[in-house]
Design a protein around this ligand. Structure first.
Ligand code: BGC
Length: 772
């Protein structure tokens, strides 16, 4: 862990150039707009260590996983998010010498990610080997207002010489994926052209034929005057550049404005791509850099209006939470229900850009509270659209009915590459069902059940029905051979969490059916018919609910993570010598599997989801048993523990866990930020504040709050959208204020007292419990 970033409430700032931290910074300073995004690579050539990364949402490559030990039921491929055309590139030559920060002396370096406005800027002075010095300033963004557009203003000023600066904006599609077998390249060129003022490049992916056209245009000004200079066009394989030679006097500022438009065959017909890119580009160019920048600032202002969290008295915590919110808003914007959220967003290639249960378990709550309900709804519809594929997936694995959603997916098909861990995590089906409950409970939009939800719930329930089996001598249903959320156990019997979430899904499905029968009888009849749902099925579901087996230890009063868990040698993590940690780097897989150590919340994940079903004592006993043997080696772990610790009144522990999640990437806590940021766990950080310190739960149509101040901040406030209202909740040591920023009244509970916060009204509850 190395803290080299400057603390600032609205920005991430780096003030020295250090090649050692370059790849970490490339991840942290990434930009995205839900449609495309990329790492914070330099615009000019850089020959030091770097992962050049530009990604288009939904564009991937199905890499083969067929290996010698392939078995029935293994996925056909592992999906890889594809690194696509580098649109930011600008080659700079100074009197014939390339500007490359790896080959010159750099001073006054500053890089800033301005989270308030959604821009990345950089400035530095570079002294070349021959003593020539230039000052460079750049600012760029991917537009939130015009998804297909990215824009850069890049200036070079000769400080101690006159001569020629050559500026060459280019598009380079000849890029490599970091995640590639044998350095294989994934793109073929379709067409390209270059002309004075710009060019375009169309590439298509191997196998799936995704087409991506990127078009660029540029303008150059010298000391404020637009330059009308000839450009030499260079066309190479998957590469287009315009080279412009600019004669300069010492002190002249050469400014290049580069605009790029990227469009894909996901949104346009093949014959329309070039025209679509050119037309988006043309209109961006006509608007001009200043207007695009204003649009960007305005778009981010709107995002912050809905999702900001303010922490007073702790600038480091303030910066961290804004960083998490910023990255989440950059990653998913919710307009396109074919898209989802990869665990690294647009910041790297690990996890292949695919969708995991992270979306339902962690991200849905964030978008539910900080954006219009349609955004979270689109995340749910994504899974609805994959229902047929999930049914096929269950058939492939030998199930006669039901749906098993994939653990890792791009298009609904399973595409993980770690059979023994990932496949058996069938608990993901439960998270997908839970997200439907969460959405309906939070928004009150019960119409979702009839429109989409019930079909998904029923098919998941059918899967559980077939996956459990009845053991007569126990008079119980059991579930064998699964992996729970704790991936440091494989192929266990009766994982408590999986059994519990399965039985809960059956319960909720029956509840949804009863609701539809009573309130939407026509739709109910249609759905029963469409699903071919039989009474004997729903009777069986009830029987499973009644007789599900749950491993318990009565003496300790805890749920057992799985059968036989207590046969393990239980030694708290704090008794392990530090050199053993992290286990995933220091221990063999064999040793990990037979140890008691837990990667991430498992039983506790269930207690978080089904929070209102268990009393505090039960939660406490389980927390006290499991947390000390949890190593939190998944970034998804600390947040759930922080939330439960809040509920249990373990304030210090809650804060400690919060710190582990909130600055995970900014402080490179897990030593892996160079691979990309932990984007899905950022939603967990948000949850730690809002569900943890804020105690937010929704019950019976009321937004319940049980806030307390974790003790290190003078106050904090967060915003939540709730059923048409937007509420700003401020917590100080003395009181809790809920201000309604909209005209729509909201029914809330603060601790046990009910209030209605009128349109534009405010409610204050005196006295915040020092400890809960
Ligand atoms: C976690 C999983 C998670 C995946 C992607 C793994 O390390 O154990 O729960 O789905 O990362 O974030």
């Amino acid at each position: 862990m190395k803290q080299y970033l400057k603390i600032d409430e609205w920005s991430i700032i780096e003030e020295t150039f250090d090649p050692q931290t370059q790849e970490i910074s490339e991840s942290v300073f990434s930009l995205g707009n839900g449609y495309m995004g990329g790492r914070a690579n330099f615009e000019e050539r850089y020959t030091g260590r770097s992962l050049q990364g530009s990604y288009m949402a939904g564009v991937y490559y199905p890499d083969k996983t067929r290996v010698g030990w392939w078995k029935n039921g293994y996925p056909e491929y592992f999906a890889k998010v594809l690194n696509s055309t580098n649109w930011i590139g600008i080659d700079i030559n100074i009197n014939g010498t390339p500007l490359d920060l790896a080959a010159c002396t750099v001073s006054e370096f500053r890089r800033e990610l301005n989270m308030k406005e959604g821009t990345l800027s950089r400035s530095f002075t570079a002294a070349l080997a021959d003593g020539k010095e230039v000052k460079v300033e750049s600012i760029r963004f991917v537009s939130m207002a015009r998804r297909e557009i990215g824009a850069i203003r890049y200036s070079v000023t000769p400080l101690n010489f006159s001569g020629t600066i050559t500026v060459a904006p280019y598009l380079d599609g000849d890029i490599r994926n970091k995640d590639a077998n044998y350095d294989e390249k994934f793109w073929n060129e379709v067409e390209k052209d270059g002309f004075p003022g710009g060019g375009y490049l169309t590439l298509k992916t191997k196998k799936l034929d995704f087409h991506v056209t990127t078009a660029m245009a540029y303008e150059i000004a010298v000391s404020g005057e637009l330059l009308k200079a000839d450009a030499e066009t260079v066309l190479r394989d998957k590469y287009v550049a315009n080279i412009v030679k600019v004669p300069v006097q010492q002190g002249d500022q050469v400014i290049l404005y580069k605009y790029a438009a990227s469009v894909t065959s996901r949104n346009y017909g093949l014959g329309q791509l070039v025209e679509a890119a050119q037309s988006a580009l043309q209109s961006a160019r006509e608007a001009g850099f200043a207007t695009l920048l204003t649009e960007q600032t305005e778009a981010w202002k709107d995002k912050w209006k809905e999702s900001d969290i303010i922490i007073e008295g702790d600038p480091s915590a303030q910066q961290a939470i804004r960083f998490n919110i910023f990255q989440l808003n950059q990653t998913y914007t919710g307009e396109d229900d074919r898209l989802n959220i990869g665990p690294k967003g647009f910041t790297g290639e690990k996890y292949g850009g695919s969708t995991y249960w992270d979306t339902e378990a962690y991200c849905v709550p964030f978008y539910l509270s900080t954006a219009d309900a349609s955004i979270a709804r689109n995340l749910l519809i994504y899974r609805y659209k994959h229902l047929e594929k999930a049914k096929e997936n269950a058939r492939k694995l030998g199930f006669a009915k039901g749906a098993l959603y994939p653990m890792v997916t791009m298009n609904g098909e399973e595409c993980h590459n770690e059979w023994e861990i990932t496949f058996e995590e069938i608990h993901r089906n439960g998270a997908i069902a839970y997200a439907i409950y969460n959405y309906v409970n939070y928004t009150g939009d019960k119409s979702y059940l009839g429109q989409y939800g019930l079909e998904v719930l029923a098919e998941i329930s059918r899967f559980w029905e077939e996956r459990v089996h009845y053991v007569p001598h126990k008079d119980k249903y059991v579930m064998l051979g699964v992996t729970g959320p704790n991936e440091y156990e494989n192929n266990v019997n009766n994982n408590w969490y999986t059994n519990r979430i399965a039985a809960w899904t059956l319960e909720y499905t029956l509840e949804a059916l009863a609701y539809l029968r009573e309130h939407e009888d026509t739709r109910y009849a249609e759905l029963v018919d469409k699903l071919g749902l039989l009474e004997e099925e729903t009777d069986k579901w009830q029987d499973i609910i009644d007789k599900m087996y749950y491993p318990l230890d009565e003496e300790r009063g805890i749920f057992l993570q799985q059968d036989g868990f207590l046969d393990k040698q239980i030694i708290p993590v704090k008794e392990l010598a530090p050199e053993h940690l992290p286990l995933n780097q220091k221990w063999s897989w064999d040793r990990i599997l037979r140890s008691c150590y837990i990667k991430q919340a498992d039983v506790l994940q269930g207690l978080y989801f089904l929070n209102d079903r268990y009393d505090l004592e039960t939660k406490k006993r389980n927390y006290d048993f499991y947390e000390p043997i949890t190593v939190h080696e998944s970034s998804l772990s600390p947040c759930i523990h922080s939330i439960l610790a809040c509920e249990l009144g373990y304030k210090e522990k809650a804060y400690e866990m919060y710190l582990r999640t909130s600055r995970l990437d900014l402080d490179n806590y897990n030593n892996d930020t160079e691979d990309g940021c932990h984007t899905t766990s950022m939603a967990g950080t948000w949850m730690s504040i809002v569900h943890g310190f804020g105690g937010l739960r929704v019950q019976n149509g009321r937004l319940g709050l049980k806030p307390f101040n974790p003790g290190h901040w003078s106050s904090y406030s967060f915003k939540v959208m709730f059923r048409g209202s937007r509420l700003k909740v401020t917590v100080t040591d003395r009181d809790i204020t809920v201000a309604n920023e909209t005209e729509t009244p909201a029914a809330i509970t603060i601790y046990d007292k009910e209030y209605t916060v009128g349109g534009l009204g405010t409610v204050t509850s005196q006295g915040v419990p020092a400890a809960i």
